[in-house]
Design a protein around this ligand. Sequence first.
Ligand SMILES: CCCC/C=C/CC(=O)SCCNC(=O)CCNC(=O)[C@H](O)C(C)(C)COP(=O)(O)OP(=O)(O)OC[C@H]1O[C@@H](n2cnc3c(N)ncnc32)[C@H](O)[C@@H]1OP(=O)(O)O
Length: 279
Amino acid sequence: MASRMFIRSKSIAFNTLRTYSSSTKLVDVSINDKTGIATVTMQRPPVNSLNLELLTELNGALQDLGSKKIKGAILTSSLKTIFSAGLDILEMYKPKPERASAFWTSLQDTWLTLYSTPYPTVAAINGHSPAGGCLLSLACEYRIMVNNYTIGLNETKLGIVAPFWFVASMKNVISHRESELALTSGRLYKTDEALKVGLIDETAENKDDALAKAEKFFARFDAVNPIARLLTKQELRGETIKELEDRKQEDLDRFVGFLMLPAVQKGLDVYLQALKKKQ
Ligand SMILES: CCCC/C=C/CC(=O)SCCNC(=O)CCNC(=O)[C@H](O)C(C)(C)COP(=O)(O)OP(=O)(O)OC[C@H]1O[C@@H](n2cnc3c(N)ncnc32)[C@H](O)[C@@H]1OP(=O)(O)O
């Protein structure tokens, strides 16, 4: 983990800023050459559910930014009312084992990349953000959420169990007590409730407001040595990162084994049907 951080901090020091824009099918990245801020936009309608392809593109985009001189990166969504609906349930429902393994590995890798970026990160949560959507935002350093949406780790509501690194991501942001209450009940918080417990840092009127507030967050570091900032982030996050790195295979085996249980498949089936009936 230490080498992951050090390699990236070197690239910050030696590269020069340039205008940059890259758009894959599912993720758009643009760097504003005036502010040096990168915006990483998930764009997988209808709900930005995280499938293997979206996660692979997202991880690639976040890693590429590690070799550019940016002031910070904002993670957001192109959709009007949804940040991300979390993991694509269809990746977990009646899965082929090889695909399920690749899918979960890509989630682990994306989280590791996002949790350890050398550059500051903000989630501009411009819509609903359940489960995996919440996880991505928890991996950022700061969360700004537009009013009147919902966020949380609602896995128990689907009859599934949030892995230890989902739990750690939440416990590193809100209290142990609040995490226990939230995770065991699968609670989704409204924006104002999320602010009260510290699950988000600021609310916003709309996406533009969230983006403007993100810029202000990055300005906090104008007078801070970037290497000192990075090493401090590493100190605070290192243990959580190391735990997943050390237990990656165990976590993967557990996920794939869990998906093979008939009771889990039944639960996902019921949940999917309920989502469809909603319309
Ligand atoms: C050890 C195992 C650990 C595994 C950890 C898992 C973590 C996860 O992330 S599990 C996923 C949890 N996600 C959810 O519970 C969110 C479910 N979705 C919603 O609550 C709503 O869709 C929404 C609030 C995000 C959006 O509501 P809206 O009314 O705008 O759209 P819908 O009509 O509900 O959905 C449109 C369309 O999209 C399908 N869909 C929604 N969410 C997912 C999803 N996560 N995966 C796959 N597909 C999803 C929904 O069924 C609709 O499909 P159709 O148009 O075909 O009916």
